[in-house]
Ligand binder design. Structure first.
Ligand SMILES: NC(=O)c1ccc[n+]([C@@H]2O[C@H](COP(=O)([O-])OP(=O)(O)OC[C@H]3O[C@@H](n4cnc5c(N)ncnc54)[C@H](O)[C@@H]3O)[C@@H](O)[C@H]2O)c1
Length: 313
């Protein structure tokens, strides 16, 4: 039987590169596409010798051409961390809108199934806790995070439009904070920031009073959930994340203990529109996909810490 052919946009990024690994393991032919604005070839250099792997350096906000058949399109290209999308607001809006439109057109032309990487940011600063998929969100469209949040909300709407109007098979995953090897130390997210600071012996910077909460999902769990969603028949959005919620203060203490660091926690003003709490309700993923996270934070942090130790100079 011919191998399934998968296009993974953002394939040189953190999540995209793990998806490349997973689809190759499943026996697929993988085409990674990335313009490297936040990703790195280091994340996929272990794959370049393979005949079942190709890489295209291309901006998906421009017309996308891929020769041959495609079975699946995984759209993961987008600046993803607040410092990235604040630096690149227009690229972020374009890749969520024009990029998604280009790829949906490609999916339609090839008869491929397309899965888009949406985000818990579509819930904004949520007034419902934990967040279920039927909650519509509390987003400030003109606030600093609006460029990302609204691009992702538009991306979902466009994807649903292609599904209902053109009959394209689509899947929408709403990803909650995910971590693991190949994250960038300097992407501004709290987990690499704390680990980097602890390993360098610097104080850990918490924003606000540190009472806001986050929940962190290990990347292998996320990839498993995404893979199951792709193979399911659910076109509606599905949350994938780890509901184990922790305050930023507790998390900082955990990192200090794990790294054996003697650093202190210092506090800076909360950035505008920073969500106060985030926790996925994953009932739908459990019922529909038989999925729930398998890695505890202490299990997931071990390989992550090992990865970061090599990166800290
Ligand atoms: N990591 C998370 O916790 C998380 C949470 C929610 C959603 N997501 C979504 O998952 C996806 C991947 O996130 P990540 O954490 O791996 O970030 P990342 O920055 O590591 O990866 C994104 C990749 O997309 C590439 N890219 C950006 N714009 C592009 C364009 N126009 N054309 C081609 N390539 C482009 C970047 O170079 C990078 O390699 C994003 O869509 C993000 O919004 C991630």
């Amino acid at each position: 039987m011919a191998k399934k052919r998968v296009l993974i946009t953002g394939g040189a990024g953190f999540l995209g590169s793990h998806l490349c690994d997973r689809f190759l393991k499943e026996g697929c032919h993988v085409i990674a596409m990335d313009n490297l604005i936040t990703g790195s070839l280091d994340n996929i250099q272990h794959l370049f010798h393979r005949e079942d792997f190709e890489f295209y350096n291309h901006d998906v906000s421009k017309f996308v051409h891929v020769p041959g058949d495609l079975d699946y399109i995984m759209h993961f290209a987008s600046p993803a961390s607040p410092i990235d999308y604040l630096k690149m607001p227009i690229q972020t809006l374009k890749v969520g809108s024009l990029g998604t439109h280009n790829l949906l057109g490609l999916a339609k032309a090839k008869g491929a199934r397309m899965l888009i990487a949406s985000t818990s940011e579509v819930y904004g600063d949520p007034l419902v806790h934990p967040q279920t998929e039927d909650y519509w969100g509390n987003v400030n469209p003109v606030g600093p995070r609006g460029v990302y949040d609204e691009a992702k909300r538009f991306q979902e709407a466009m994807t649903m439009g292609y599904h209902t109007f053109h009959g394209v098979e689509t899947r929408i995953v709403r990803i909650f904070n995910t971590y693991g090897p190949r994250m960038r130390l300097d992407d501004g997210r709290v987990l690499p920031a704390f680990i980097g600071q602890a390993l360098r012996g610097e104080d850990l910077t918490a924003f606000g009073d540190g009472s806001q909460t986050r929940s962190f999902c290990y990347v292998d769990d996320l990839v498993e959930g995404i893979y199951r969603l792709l193979l399911s028949d659910c076109a509606d959005p599905v949350n994938i994340g780890n509901p184990d919620e922790i305050t930023i203060n507790q998390f900082a203490e955990e990192i200090l203990k794990l790294t054996g660091s003697k650093s202190k926690i210092i506090y800076k003003p909360l950035p505008t529109d920073d969500p106060k709490q985030r926790q996925p309700n994953i009932t739908k993923a459990k019922e529909l996909l038989g999925w729930s996270p398998q890695f505890s934070r202490s299990e997931g942090l071990k390989p992550t810490l090992e990865y970061f130790k090599d990166k800290v100079k």
